[in-house]
Design a binder for this molecule. Structure first.
Ligand code: NAP
Length: 518
């Protein structure tokens, strides 16, 4: 039987003594790892972060922390072939792994750059100008940021085992806060491999990074004010955590990135075969198939002018028909497996629910012939496109199929497109694919409050566009409502999420001296 994954607890590797939960390869069903945290010392872990990791990081200046991140990213780059190899077991193709592994390393490099270019020389981050507060000019106020004194507990989703950890770790380290990483059990072995390399490299100060493979419940009991819980995953788990005493009674900072029924809107100007029409079809098909649709930002709702629905469905059918599903280790495969057969069954159930409101026009959630793999043992599913001619139905706006699934719906005018977009109850990202600025303006103005990010895609930016589904380190990632109401990334703002904002008051000379001593 495979080895139980070790956790890194209070400066030592800890292995539970029970059998643990078995984690299977997504394509072959073979056991990859076992996961358990039973018996670990949660208090020691949190205290180690607070007493050893935090002080060590806080002794460093922003440029010194940025330099650590740069070294870390460079070292992970050298090891990435090993991560790619392991990543196949999650069901990911090489292209999918690039999003996770290179995406994570690139994000770490990006924060190293943000730290060295946009943060001050010292340890104090000043926010805004001096605010005079007395008529004589002897009393003033000024805001400053300092690192929170506690620990960041990252609780991550299964779909980005590398990026999901690094996109939180990098800004936390830059801020001067230590982290405990709790990977999703299903793909914890990949996160664990990266964390082991980071610990072995000895680049980070002891205590600034720990990892718990298993159940994080005991850690939550130790958290409170001065700590951060940074969660990514389902809305249900977010609701449980949001109601935990650590948050409700002890005021730990809580950030949630949850599920999201993102939309992509084709403009009325886009005729079949035109630039924007082709861009739209490409974007929807790509978002359905990258990571087999297991992306929080994937396009679940494709909104199309009513007269264009048939042409869009035809074009998507043609594209999706070329997708080769199978073992991601095989060169001919363009879409791998879902992370587990349990997830596949959940996606099948979600497709059945969505089909109540429309019809499946491409793919069959119950039938697939994977290349180089046994359909019984692997978590394979064909890409499934649905068409729902009645956008007022609830299902497409409420049911998340976390797989290669999207629904095409018609709209009549810009106002209705905005209305349908808003029915997702808050999304991470929405796209408008159009070259008609009047339409774009109306849709963006109406849809922006319901989204964390909006992409306006047209022929002018397509060549350099990073795409609908890619969160960028410099820009906000997060969304209102159903998307969790949180915010991550976004350059220096991401660093501030791990810092306390304090209003300093005193004489202008005293404030000036404090800031200068930074
Ligand atoms: P999940 O079941 O909510 O699990 C997420 C994480 O929470 C895992 O690490 C899980 O640990 C942990 N967890 C579960 N119950 C917990 C509890 N009671 N206390 C503490 N931790 C707990 O979500 P998932 O199935 O991994 O991820 C898929 C979902 O995440 C999808 O709905 C997707 O839309 C969403 N997602 C959102 C984003 C975003 O950025 N907005 C990104 C990726 C995914 P175990 O694995 O050990 O159970």
């Amino acid at each position: 039987m495979s080895e139980l994954l070790a956790s890194y607890v209070a400066g030592a590797w800890y292995t539970a003594t029970d059998e643990g939960r078995v984690v299977a390869d997504a394509s072959t069903g073979e056991t990859v790892a076992r996961v358990s945290s039973s018996g670990f010392d949660a208090r020691a872990m949190v205290e180690h972060a607070r007493r050893v990791g935090g002080p060590a990081l806080r002794r460093l200046t922003f440029p010194e922390r940025a330099a650590l991140l740069k070294t870390l990213a460079a070292q992970l780059s050298e090891r990435k072939d090993a991560y790619y190899e392991l990543s196949y077991a999650t069901g990911a193709t090489k292209r999918d792994s690039a999003v996770d592994i290179d995406g994570g390393i690139g994000t770490t490099f990006a924060f190293a750059g943000i730290g060295s270019r946009e943060l001050p020389e010292g340890k104090l981050l000043v926010d805004g100008d001096l605010v005079p507060m007395g008529k004589q000019g002897t009393f003033a106020g000024r805001h400053v940021y300092t690192p929170l004194p506690g620990v960041v507990l990252q609780i991550n989703a299964f779909n980005f085992p590398v990026w999901g950890m690094l996109e939180k770790l990098a800004p936390a380290l830059l801020a001067g806060m230590p982290s405990i990483v709790k990977p999703a059990t299903q793909t914890a072995y990949l996160t664990a491999a990266v964390v082991r390399d980071i610990i072995d490299a000895g680049v980070l100060p002891e205590g600034s990074l720990q990892m718990l493979c298993g159940d994080a419940g005991a850690l939550l009991a130790e958290l409170g004010g001065g700590d951060v819980i940074a969660f990514t995953g389902s809305a249900n788990t977010a609701a449980t955590l949001r109601g935990h005493d650590a948050v409700v009674r002890r005021a730990a900072r809580f950030n949630a990135e949850t599920d999201s029924l993102n939309c992509c809107i084709l403009g009325p100007d886009a005729a079949a075969g035109g630039d924007e029409f082709d861009l739209f079809v490409k974007e929807v098909a790509r978002e359905m198939t990258v990571k087999a649709g297991q992306k929080c930002t994937a396009i679940r709702r494709a909104l199309v002018p009513r007269p264009a629905v048939d042409a869009v469905v035809d074009a998507l059918q043609a594209r999706l028909g070329r997708v080769v599903v199978g073992n991601p280790r095989s060169d001919s495969v363009t879409m791998g497996a879902l992370v587990s057969v349990g997830q596949r069954d959940e996606v099948r159930d979600a497709v059945s629910a969505l089909a109540q409101a429309g019809q499946v026009v491409s793919g069959d959630a119950l039938k697939v012939e994977p290349v180089d793999a046994d359909p019984q043992r692997g978590a394979f599913i064909a890409p499934v496109l649905l068409r729902c001619d009645d956008a007022s139905r609830a299902e497409p706006h409420t049911v998340e199929a976390f797989g290669p699934v999207s629904t095409v719906m018609p709209y009549s005018d810009a106002a209705e497109a905005v209305d349908i977009a808003a029915r997702g109850s808050g999304s991470l990202v929405g796209s408008v694919v159009s070259h008609d600025m009047d339409f774009v303006r109306e849709v963006v103005t109406g849809a922006a409050p319901h989204h964390g990010r909006v992409l306006v895609l047209d022929r002018d930016c397509a060549g350099e566009s990073t795409g609908h589904g890619t969160p960028m380190p410099q820009l906000v990632h997060g969304g209102p409502g159903r998307a969790g109401g949180g915010e991550e990334l976004g350059g220096v703002r991401a660093v501030k999420h791990f810092m306390q904002r304090t209003a300093l008051q005193g004489s202008p000379a005293a404030l000036e001296a404090l800031v200068a001593a930074g």
